[in-house]
Design a protein around this ligand. Structure first.
Ligand SMILES: Cc1cc2nc3c(=O)[nH]c(=O)nc-3n(C[C@H](O)[C@H](O)[C@H](O)COP(=O)(O)OP(=O)(O)OC[C@H]3O[C@@H](n4cnc5c(N)ncnc54)[C@H](O)[C@@H]3O)c2cc1C
Length: 603
């Protein structure tokens, strides 16, 4: 352990004197990261943050560099739902994790430029958009789909939204104010020769970001057309210029695992959101965020309270029924819709399941968007091959967005002039049969194949990949800027509290901390048969009567709910009903012993 008991006492004394709230143990939103030993400090103001950083900086001077204390910032810590750290990658892991919870870090202020706003590090994107619209007649020209991530967290990882003519989120940044890892406060802007390299994806390595100055645009409403579609129709529309017709397009595809998914029009398994800015005076239409939130909550309820992902882990043959009926019904629906409302009310997805895993790849796209149809065709055909083996790796969806991107440093949306960038997410749950293999297969295709994609820094970042090769000269520019930064501020980089093991691995830096955190994996839970029955019964109650797909799904759930299964755990049962689309007819009963939630692995 790099922090001795004596040092812990010193930290605790300092925390007491500054009114800093201390707790032990930290988890991220999706709970794939769980650092039980971390000391979590909830900090109200800049001077308290400086005091903590100065103390750790001083302690680190007397330690061997590889035994240094690591301090990282993480989002979250407000006492409200969805105030969490949303990255899947271990960027925020440290011995000490600071959460900037005070008002000082949530301030939104005007600057001398009407379009540039100074925004505190911990302001969430959705609350920022709302305040900009309502109070300042401004809007963010691009923002993430999730409203709960913070300005500092999203920009650290080169986060992105949608918008054909828009940069990544970091591209909106005009200046950054940071607290250096020696406690000094520094503001940088375009006048700094490394500004573009640093702002694009700072990974939290240059200091703790206190606020950013963001270029906004005049507030507009958005008209949103939701076009219910399927794979062949979507591909036709892309070829016919879908992305050039609308300034903002987002697409969601829910795999339905038909043997002819590439050509089938049977299910509405794609929804295309097309947004166009309209004047603020345009009357709202079909814009009921409260109802939309309830609809999304219903979906989340399936996951969170009914624990459907746990059921699908143990009964993977249910997945096609689940996606064909429940996911397509709740997330896509049957008819095209048009709505008009403020961007912050029509754009964001407001409810999210915790039990998810996400691999997001970004790749350059030409004017004809051929790369998008190639990528989606590859995903669909690979999923079809898995389905032949009775594996259904994706239980959620594939999301696809097009934007212009931002160049510089470790930006994932680097692009050549006149080209675009596609961000493509594949979302599922860890432990779903075939998912790990599919994820690896896709990592090979996207990163090592013709698309030369870059993985999102906050989602799935395999550490066995040569990122110097992926980023080319920009990788070296980033490393050079990082070294220059530490030299300029007279801080020894090998003693930097901000560089954790993950950063050393991906950036090929030799400053590995000796101590490895004992990370507990908390998701991937299997359930016992009795519990499966009650989950299956609960889900049955949610299904409508009358639809063929609902009936198919109900029949499968009823088989699980059948008491007889528990009496004969080793048996294989024949389903009474054979689908027209070669659905699996044997049902392997789960006889795995129930596993406890949470198993510890050393990473
Ligand atoms: C359900 C879900 C939906 C998502 N949707 C999108 C999306 O639409 N678009 C997208 O791009 N991403 C999306 N993501 C990924 C997410 O936006 C990124 O991982 C983002 O970095 C999370 O930001 P955060 O505010 O939660 O910060 P964290 O995840 O806590 O931190 C991210 C990184 O920034 C560092 N950091 C945090 N605060 C500071 C600070 N003040 N100073 C310096 N460093 C800091 C942390 O140490 C860490 O390295 C989604 C993730 C989830 C779980």
């Amino acid at each position: 352990m790099p922090i001795t008991e004596r040092e812990m006492e010193m930290m605790a004394d300092l925390a007491k004197n500054h009114g800093i709230r201390v707790q032990q143990g930290w988890k991220n939103f999706s709970e794939n990261l769980n650092v039980a030993q971390a000391m979590v400090l909830d900090i109200d103001d800049v001077s308290s943050l400086q005091a903590v950083i100065r103390l750790i900086h001083k302690l680190n001077q007397d330690k061997k560099p590889d035994e240094r204390i690591l301090l990282r910032a993480a989002a979250g810590g407000r006492n409200e739902e969805y105030s969490e750290s949303f990255s899947f990658t271990p960027g925020a892991e440290g011995d000490v994790i600071v959460r900037l919870v005070g008002k000082e870090f949530r301030r939104i202020r005007k600057t001398s430029d009407d379009k540039i706003m100074s925004v505190g590090a911990s302001v969430q994107i959705g609350e920022l958009d709302k305040k900009l619209y309502e109070k300042y007649d401004l809007a963010l020209p691009t923002s993430s789909l999730i409203p709960y991530v913070t300005v500092a967290g999203l920009s650290a990882n080169a986060g992105h939204g949608t918008g054909r003519d828009q940069p990544g989120f970091s591209g909106l940044i005009r200046a950054i104010t940071l607290c250096l890892p020696n406690g000094e406060i520094v503001r940088i802007d375009e006048s700094d020769p490394d500004f573009h390299t640093i702002r694009a994806a700072n990974l939290g390595l240059f200091g703790i970001v206190l606020n950013v100055e963001l270029e906004c645009t005049k507030a507009k409403k958005m008209e949103c057309i939701m076009d219910v579609s399927n794979i062949p129709d979507f591909i036709r529309k892309v070829k016919a210029g879908l992305f050039s017709k609308y300034p903002y397009v987002s697409v969601m595809y829910v795999p339905t695992y038909q043997s002819n998914e590439m050509t089938s029009e049977r299910y509405n398994n794609v929804i295309i959101y097309c947004w166009t800015p309209v004047d603020k005076s345009t009357p709202d239409e079909n814009n009921c965020p409260y109802l939309a939130h309830l609809g999304q909550e219903l979906q989340i309820n399936l996951e969170r309270n009914l624990r459907i992902t746990d059921l699908l882990r143990d009964y993977p043959h249910l997945i096609p029924y689940f996606t064909r009926y429940l996911v397509t019904q709740s997330a896509i629906g049957n008819k095209d819709t048009r709505s008009v409302g403020p961007w912050h009310m029509v754009h964001y997805q407001t409810a999210f399941p915790r039990d998810i895993d996400d691999a997001d790849y970004l790749f350059q796209v030409g004017q004809d968007c051929e790369e998008i149809t190639a990528a989606i065709s590859k995903i669909v055909t690979t999923l079809t091959e898995f389905a032949h083996e009775k594996q259904y790796p994706l239980v959620d969806a594939v999301y696809l967005r097009l934007f212009t991107g931002t160049n510089g440093g470790l930006s994932t949306s680097a692009h050549e002039k006149g080209q675009y960038v596609c961000g493509l997410d594949m979302v599922s749950g860890n432990g779903i049969a075939g998912y790990a293999e599919f994820k690896q297969n896709m990592a090979d295709y996207f990163m090592r194949g013709p698309l030369h994609a870059k993985p999102h820094w906050g989602k799935y970042v395999p550490t066995d990949v040569d990122y110097r090769k992926i980023y080319g000269n920009e990788f070296d520019a980033f490393i050079a800027a990082l070294h220059k930064w530490y030299e300029r501020h007279q801080i020894e980089i090998d003693r930097s509290m901000l560089l954790n093991r993950f950063h050393c691995e991906i950036l090929q830096l030799p400053y590995y901390p000796a101590f490895t955190h004992n990370r507990c994996m908390t998701n991937m839970c299997h359930i016992d048969t009795a519990h499966s029955k009650s989950i299956a019964d609960d889900i049955c109650c949610q299904l409508d009567k009358g639809s063929e797909d609902a009936e198919n799904f109900r029949r499968r759930l009823q088989v699980i709910g059948n008491e007889k299964i528990r009496e004969n755990k080793s048996a294989f049962f024949e389903s009474s009903h054979r689908d027209s689309d070669e659905m699996p007819i044997t049902l392997a009963v789960n006889d795995k012993p129930a596993k406890k939630k949470g198993c510890c692995v050393i990473l």
